[in-house]
Design a protein around this ligand. Structure first.
Ligand code: ADP
Length: 621
């Protein structure tokens, strides 16, 4: 017998699970059953795809039994099993890089909910909430011997050769005081029905029952019973008419490893040249790894009811990575590989139809249930915007689905509603993009639009700056950024020509004082209160995009000098016009530039210099 130490992370994880998920401890059974079902999936797949396993014939089953006197609960399966190396790797270490993040997320998560568990491969350890000791006896399909893994979950585990009839895994939990309640037929049946009813394989529960005579009197003897307690059907294969909302919800909780209710589901059976069934769910909350590069995709692929993969990022486009569900095809080959999947015609038509289906379901939701749609937008507006950028084929549908904040209305608005509110003379849709909603709302660039009652969309997502120019148009209306030179043209109060002429020398002096810090200095037509603002040329990256690139270490590639626009009516400019002091001109010019940068959220290169100039200007007033 060999004693092994757990990887440090396993110990931390165990502590975390035991302490934070304590009130949800009944999920241990769901986790064990789900592992058993995965193991059967894997073996079934091998028997159809790999010649070495073709000879294995087996009747998939998961068995649960208990011994109340001994205080033991047993869950066993005839799946793929594990050998010595698998046991070390799977139960002694945490192979996935996401685990550290899981632990951080759990530590931060005030709700302490169990949704995070399982998405990271921590499910098995949930057993230690109800057990003092866990023994795993496993025999890998195709191998001769079995291995026994045993641990009390306190730092180390033992591993030694053992016995098992046939392939599969048997897990015995020695229950602690909290676990004893589960050594009961009714409780176990309830848990299986609640969490695992739609696991695709039969789950059998074995128990002893008191025997009664004809008159209903207890005989004192017991009979052994062994019953299937789940429905064991691939739910998505059943006709819609037979399925109740509860069935869909329970199935969702199962496949999404979530305790939340789904927001929406769509169940489709396609018949014709290509036959397949899809069942998609939109979660009510964004998965925590939505913005991680190594997110876990949520759609499982089956071919004729055989599970193929739950780790294919190609089943749906990336922007729909929050969708959960199942795709089951009648036409794909069973031994389909990842490479084949990517180029397969069947797969790509399923994918295209699926995207259309999901988007059209969202469209109906937006029309029929505004509250629910608002809840959807709060969680998933941003990924939809990614779709606007990446999914050209569905751009029009996506344009109807994305929502924006606006200078004219509270909450969210659609492009269609914006269009509906537009005045006759307005020729474009205006937006301002940046990194803070609050700052954008206060931007001097909005002054002219406000004065004229023109609505501007407020776009504070970091991707807006890339997405909005890509989108370009909504129907025949152009989308125009208000921070770009030229956007104001159609509203421009004809700049008083006489005044422009008078101020030309002042503008020249400012330009001279700033030298090559700016691309240009212009008299502004869009300011009424603020003394100055920054704009960029139509094809130049915005200030925010430049900032973002800089923070990614790529500033040099994108740096473009800003254009400074100056408010000719402002007192600061008047003061400059009235004096020929060049030191004053330099101070005023710098302050006009620096404060315009500040309101854009740019950190000044020389804050002390800025403060010095401000003080000189105040003192000289
Ligand atoms: P997850 O199931 O989320 O990956 P677990 O901690 O529950 O995480 O299990 C870790 C790994 O141990 C699994 O990924 C699987 O490879 C293996 N495993 C667990 N239970 C079984 C089982 N009953 N049969 C075969 N392998 C199993």
């Amino acid at each position: 017998m060999a004693v092994h130490q757990f990887q440090t992370e396993v110990n931390q994880l165990l502590q975390l699970i035991i302490h934070s998920l304590y009130s949800h401890r009944e999920i241990f059974l769901r986790e064990l059953v789900s592992n058993a079902s995965d193991a059967i999936d894997k073996l079934k797949y091998l028997t159809v795809s790999d010649d070495a396993y073709k000879a294995i014939a087996f009747d998939p089953a998961i068995a649960i039994s208990f011994d109340a006197e001994k205080g033991e609960l047993t869950v066993s399966d005839n799946g793929v099993g594990m050998d010595e190396a698998d046991l070390v790797e799977n139960l002694g270490t945490i192979a996935r890089s996401g685990t550290r993040r899981f632990m951080e997320a759990m530590a931060e998560d005030k709700r302490r909910d169990s949704n995070l568990i399982g998405r990271f491969g921590v499910g098995f350890y949930a057993s230690y909430m109800v057990a003092d000791e866990v023994t795993v006896t496993s025999r890998k399909a195709g191998a001769d011997g079995a291995w026994v893994w045993k641990s009390d979950g306190k730092g180390s585990y033992e591993l030694e050769p053992g016995q098992r009839d046939g392939h599969g895994t048997t897990i015995v939990l020695k229950m602690n005081d909290d676990g004893r309640e589960y050594l009961n037929r009714w409780r176990l049946e309830e848990l299986v029905k609640k969490y695992s009813n739609h696991v695709a394989y039969p789950i059998r529960l074995a128990y002893d029952e008191d025997e009664y005579d004809d008159k209903g009197k207890k005989k004192g003897s017991k009979v052994h019973k062994d019953e299937q307690v789940n429905s064991a059907q691939a739910l998505w294969r059943r006709p819609k008419a037979e399925l109740k909302d509860e069935d869909y919800v329970e199935f969702y909780k199962n496949i999404a490893d979530s305790d939340d209710e789904p927001l929406l589901w769509a169940h489709t059976k396609a018949e014709g040249t290509i036959e397949y069934t899809t069942l998609f769910y939109i979660p009510s909350k964004a998965p925590f790894d939505l913005y991680h590069a190594d997110y876990k995709p949520g759609v499982k692929l089956y071919v004729r009811r055989v599970f193929i993969t739950d780790d294919d990022k190609e089943l749906l486009p990336t922007y729909l990575r929050f969708v959960r569900g199942v795709v089951d095809s009648e036409d794909l080959p069973l031994n389909v590989s990842r490479e084949i999947l990517q180029q397969n015609r069947v797969m790509s038509s399923i994918r295209n139809a699926s995207v259309k289906k999901i988007l059209s379901e969202l469209k109906s939701l937006s029309e029929n249930d505004k509250d629910k749609y608002a809840a959807f937008v709060a969680e998933f507006n941003r990924p939809l915007k990614e779709g606007l950028y990446g999914d050209y084929a569905n751009r029009e549908a996506l344009q109807e689905l994305v929502r924006f904040k606006s200078s004219s209305v509270d909450g969210w608005t659609s492009l269609a509603d914006y269009k509906g509110r537009m005045g006759d003379e307005q020729k474009a849709i205006y937006y301002i993009a940046g990194d803070s909603e609050d700052r954008l709302r206060k931007s001097p660039l909005l002054e002219m639009y406000r004065k004229r009652g023109v609505e501007v969309l407020i776009c504070p997502d970091e991707i807006d700056d890339i997405v909005m120019p890509m989108v370009g148009k909504y129907g025949d209306l152009e989308l125009k950024a208000v921070n770009r030179a030229g956007a104001e043209k159609e509203f421009e109060d004809k700049l008083d020509e006489g005044k422009a002429k008078d101020l030309a020398p002042v503008i020249e002096r400012i330009k001279k004082a700033l030298g090559d810090e700016v691309k240009d200095v212009r008299l502004s037509a869009r300011l009424s209160e603020s003394p100055s603002c920054i704009v960029v040329d139509a094809d130049d990256p915005s200030i925010q995009l430049q900032q973002m690139m800089k923070s990614m270490g790529r500033g040099g590639d994108f740096e473009v000098k800003p254009i400074l626009e100056v408010n000719g009516d402002h007192a600061l400019v008047a003061r400059l016009a009235a004096s020929d002091d060049e030191a004053l001109a330099s101070d005023v010019a710098r302050v006009l530039l620096d404060q315009a940068l500040l309101v854009e959220g740019v950190a000044l290169k020389d804050p002390a210099g800025f403060v010095g100039r401000i003080n000189r200007l105040i003192a000289g007033a």
